[in-house]
Design a protein around this ligand. Structure first.
Ligand SMILES: [Zn+2]
Length: 107
């Protein structure tokens, strides 16, 4: 047996009831309150909250994955730029070196 928190639908007072009871009466205004209904509502609210949490978690994971992908793409484009910067002079040196070699052999 445990106590559950209830709210009186009439006067909004916070009440406590044993979870074994079906109904209680508000000690402030005497309204009859169905414990089972409130418990069910509480469980539903908790379930909804949990689902919202999961949804949020999923969105955060998706966001993180997207950020990682973007970071990876950024890295790739930097790599490509570096390759061009390094390879272009190397290719020019090779071409001119070959030309120079041919010309010096011809003389
Ligand atoms: Zn009440």
């Amino acid at each position: 047996m445990k106590f559950i928190q209830l709210k009186c639908p009439n006067c909004n007072a916070n009440l406590e009831a044993e979870d074994t009871l079906d109904t209680i009466y508000c000690k402030y205004c005497g309204t009859r309150i169905a414990v089972a209904d409130q418990t069910k509502e509480l469980i539903e609210a908790k379930t909804k909250l949990k689902m919202a949490d999961k949804e949020l978690e999923r969105e955060q994971v998706l966001h993180q994955q997207e950020m990682e992908k973007k970071r990876y793409e950024d890295k790739q484009s930097i790599k490509t730029a570096l390759y061009i910067i390094i390879l272009m002079p190397a290719m020019l040196i090779t071409v001119f070196g070959a030309l120079w070699l041919i010309l010096s052999l011809l003389n």
